[in-house]
Ligand binder design. Sequence first.
Ligand SMILES: CC(C)(COP(=O)(O)OP(=O)(O)OC[C@H]1O[C@@H](n2cnc3c(N)ncnc32)[C@H](O)[C@@H]1OP(=O)(O)O)[C@@H](O)C(=O)NCCC(=O)NCCS
Length: 169
Amino acid sequence: MLSIRLEQPEDVGLIYELNKLAFGQVNEAELVDALREIGALSYSLVAFDNSEIVGHLALSPVTIHHDQNVVEAIGLGPMAVKPTYQRKGIGTQLFNYWLNNFDTEQYGIVVVLGHPEYYPKLGFVQADRYGIKWEINVPPEAFMVRELRAGALNAIKGIVKYHPKFNQL
Ligand SMILES: CC(C)(COP(=O)(O)OP(=O)(O)OC[C@H]1O[C@@H](n2cnc3c(N)ncnc32)[C@H](O)[C@@H]1OP(=O)(O)O)[C@@H](O)C(=O)NCCC(=O)NCCS
């Protein structure tokens, strides 16, 4: 049976191994550790199948810059599901758990850089349609946004900056 909760200290090593396995490299695992170390891991959720860690979702603060204005929002990622458990709904359950169990409205919007075939299933749309871009040039369909507070997408636009650790990915 699947259960989801916030990470506990004893999960840290297993979260590293899960990200390494899911991405086939250590970069995302190292990023999660670095964000945790500097206090920039806003949420770190783990999904368990009985006692085995099979999914992980990280969210961290982003800022959105427009002229002289700076707005705070939140960025999703990395998200990792153990390869043998992928496409069974675990990523979707992790995201919905976050939406349903925390005060997500406060962030207005959540952004993600990721698979353009996957994130629209979680309600994301291409960000540049709303005048929102990542500070780094990426294919426009890979940078997406989802509203967390009604009307926020009409009110927020600009250039998104993640924590600089993301730029080293
Ligand atoms: C991307 C990832 C987190 C998705 O988690 P998941 O538990 O496999 O996803 P879900 O089972 O909730 O998928 C929901 C839907 O998205 C589809 N989907 C999942 N991964 C997909 C992918 N990589 N590309 C396209 N569609 C995908 C599923 O088929 C499913 O569609 P359906 O409901 O119409 O059948 C997981 O596949 C993963 O860890 N991949 C490797 C690491 C990675 O790429 N992370 C994301 C970086 S942004």
